[in-house]
Design a protein around this ligand. Structure first.
Ligand code: NAD
Ligand code: MG
Length: 388
């Protein structure tokens, strides 16, 4: 059966990989809705090729230009309402959310409430509101499928086993570009060197998160909610080759891992074709060429982001949303050269320590904490940076 797929974030790194997967499997996947932030040319090109019934461009001012590129249709929507409309298209089977940051949260909830399965690349939404997203999914009887490679790996290793059969999850981390950089050099890390990831080509925000290891911190909290495993049972191990995408250690001591050469098309395809495995030649793994797989303990002195994320995950409530929002602001400030690499983690730590945690928050309380953290992070950054 053909899956009818809505893709939010079609022009980004995950989005363009998803388009490749759809082109690999035209018998199994039909793209019926595409949404992008501002790249109208690529969105128009994707639309001409895949003929979705509806497309969304976030900025409403770009609608006329997009219409001019696509004189024969399709329907074009915009803004937050446009994303919600796409996420709830009556004919959609599954909505893949690959928008960077938190803008995907409301569309994810709308899709669930409209009875759609969701495939989540945007880990930020599970970090912010994992408990609400998962409980809504249970209530509406829909699946939340992981696109993040580590979580896809864990999902494949678990193979339906309950969390009571798990001793721990072992998330693998490449260690990022500064795995071997001495702490004394961290103060001088440049934006250019932070944007060079050793194993993956990704969007800017997640690439910086991979350099600070906030990405792995966010993924620990993401795993906690996706698989209903408390934080102490979510472990991180550095594995620089990025061949083992993660492992599950069961209560009897047996460990199951999922391996392949790194390519996001694989977890995307699995999420979109689940529960089936479809043939594809795209990903090939040559063990003799890889030679060695190595492992190291993560260094939390150089990468305190892992400790902050563990703390946020352990204490729960609104704290993970605060960590996530402060990190988004700090990463943007680093990318604008307003703060140093070390100040990203410092900003998040300061904002977290000033936060009055709300336990068992409602969605509104989470969104309020998110806004509070953004303001607090901007204030902290302004207090740190000299005025010119
Ligand atoms: P990216 O920056 O390359 O792409 C983001 C996409 O979202 C673009 O298409 C952009 O136009 C669109 N977008 C942004 N704001 C929007 C809005 N308000 N409305 C509609 N579209 C909007 O980012 P990416 O690397 O593809 O990452 C997307 C998400 O997937 C992130 O949450 C990231 O953490 C996660 N993820 C990415 C990778 C990867 O390999 N890139 C791996 C795992 C998880
Ligand atoms: Mg990942």
């Amino acid at each position: 059966m053909k899956k009818k797929v809505v893709l939010l974030g079609s022009t980004g790194s995950i989005g363009t990989s998803t388009i490749k997967v759809a082109e690999d499997l035209p018998e199994s996947i039909e793209l019926i809705g595409l949404a992008a932030g501002s790249n109208i040319n690529l969105l128009a090109e994707q639309t001409q090729k895949h003929r979705p019934s509806t497309i969304a461009i976030y900025n409403p001012e770009l609608v006329p230009q997009l219409q001019a590129l696509l004189p024969l249709g399709p329907r074009i929507v915009s803004g937050d309402e446009g994303l919600i409309e796409l996420a709830t298209l009556p004919e959609a089977d599954i909505v893949l959310i690959a928008i960077v940051g938190t803008a995907g949260l409301q569309p994810a909830l709308a899709a669930i409430r409209a009875g759609k399965d969701i495939a989540v690349a945007s880990k930020e939404i599970l970090v912010m509101a994992g408990e609400i997203v998962m409980s809504e999914a249970r209530k509406y009887g829909v699946r939340v499928l992981a696109v993040d490679s580590e979580h896809s790996a864990i999902f494949q290793c678990l193979d339906g086993k309950p969390s009571s059969s798990v001793r721990c999850l072992r998330l693998t981390a490449s260690g990022g570009p500064f795995r071997q950089t001495p702490h004394s050099e961290f103060a001088n890390i440049s934006l250019e060197s932070a944007l060079k990831h050793p194993s993956w080509v990704m969007g800017q925000k997640i690439t910086i998160d991979s350099a600070t290891l906030f990405n792995k911190g966010l993924e620990m909290i993401e795993a906690r909610w996706l698989f209903d495993i408390e934080m102490p049972r979510v472990q991180v191990i550095v594995h620089p080759q990025s061949i083992i995408h993660s492992m599950v250690e069961f209560v009897d001591g047996s460990i199951v891992a999922q391996l392949s050469t790194p390519d996001m098309c694989l977890p995307i395809q699995y999420a979109l074709t689940y529960p089936h495995r479809m043939a594809s030649d795209r990903v090939q793994t040559d063990f003799a060429k890889i030679g060695t797989l190595t492992f190291e303990e993560p260094d939390t002195e150089r990468f305190p982001a892992l400790l902050l994320a563990r703390d946020a995950g352990n204490r729960g409530g609104t704290l993970p949303a605060v960590l996530n929002a402060a990190n988004e602001i700090a990463v943007a400030a680093f990318c604008n050269r307003q703060i140093t690499f070390l100040q990203i983690t410092q900003t998040v730590g300061e904002v977290m320590s000033d936060h009055q945690l709300v336990e068992q928050p409602t969605l509104d309380q989470i969104l309020l904490a998110d806004r509070w953290a953004r303001t607090a992070a901007r204030k902290y950054i302004a207090s740190q940076t000299p005025r010119h």
